[in-house]
Ligand binder design. Sequence first.
Ligand code: NAP
Length: 309
Amino acid sequence: MASQVFWIGLGNMGRGMSKNLAEKGSLDKPLLAYNRTKQRTDDLVAKVGSDKVVALDSVEEGVKRSQIIFTSLSNDKAVEGLYETILKSGDVKGKLFIETSTIHPDTTERIAKSLTGAGAEFVACPVFGVPAVAEAGQLIFVPAGPKSSIDKLRPFIKGVMGRAEIPFEDRPYGAALKLKLIGNTFVLNMVTQLAEALTMAEKTEVGTAPVQQFVDLFVGGPFSVYGERMVKGVYHKMDAPLFSADNAIKDASHALDLGKEVGIDLKNPAVAKDYLQDVAKHAGGDVGDIAGIYGAVRMRAGLKYENDA
Ligand SMILES: NC(=O)c1ccc[n+]([C@@H]2O[C@H](COP(=O)([O-])OP(=O)(O)OC[C@H]3O[C@@H](n4cnc5c(N)ncnc54)[C@H](OP(=O)(O)O)[C@@H]3O)[C@@H](O)[C@H]2O)c1
């Protein structure tokens, strides 16, 4: 029987991933899509075409009609709430659920237990990459769960939504989330490093341009991207965040929790979290971007949150 695929959650990440799935996933039938704010589902249909995506008004309908269901929501509470709705919606037996959000490993394990207990298949699959990378279909996927279930996801990774995978086949679901949190400590640290260096440059005679030049020449990659988001003032001019302060605080908190669980008092995520709380206070947790750490560092140095770019 031809499989029906359903996508739930069209935020920064879900938008790009679902677009690529609909366009390049060689799906048997148009992708079904649902988002809490309906406008985003309509936008996806307008962008990709009604022959490739069908907008739905309810999670329940999508789950009922589908065999493979992807989810991408902001935080643990939202993801747990969604899976409660899914489990209440009826029979999930034999369906495959692929959960791509960044949540606590214990949350993932709980959800996996409920679903597999009800006869469903589950793959925990956080992803690495910024929204532009999701849009370009170049994400790094970290799938965990039974190999047979991961094999069903694989046709949708390379050449569709991702460029690579770091698999945890037949390993605990939580392992994928642990790697995701460890990975995000790099991002938190990188953004904090850039913010402090650029503020230091501003307070001395160096200036920010030579630091950005150094970053481009010496490290490049995401350092350059985030540096530019700061120097060009994008962090305070953007209409909506690309990586919200709330989501970044969640990631830092989960990483700190995980460290505590295994007896490590992590310092780097604690510093980033401290700055992010200033970003949330100043710009709003769902409006401020992770790159706003630059504004937070600036304020503590006696400068305005916004730079003059
Ligand atoms: N942004 C990044 O750079 C990045 C990179 C890798 C992984 N991630 C992770 O991937 C996940 C998605 O990230 P994102 O940046 O796409 O987040 P986002 O832009 O904040 O989008 C969040 C999505 O969750 C939905 N949502 C939030 N609360 C909800 C609730 N209570 N009930 C139902 N739906 C709810 C939102 O619906 P509405 O549209 O109705 O608000 C939206 O579809 C997060 O776990 C994040 O940590 C993010």
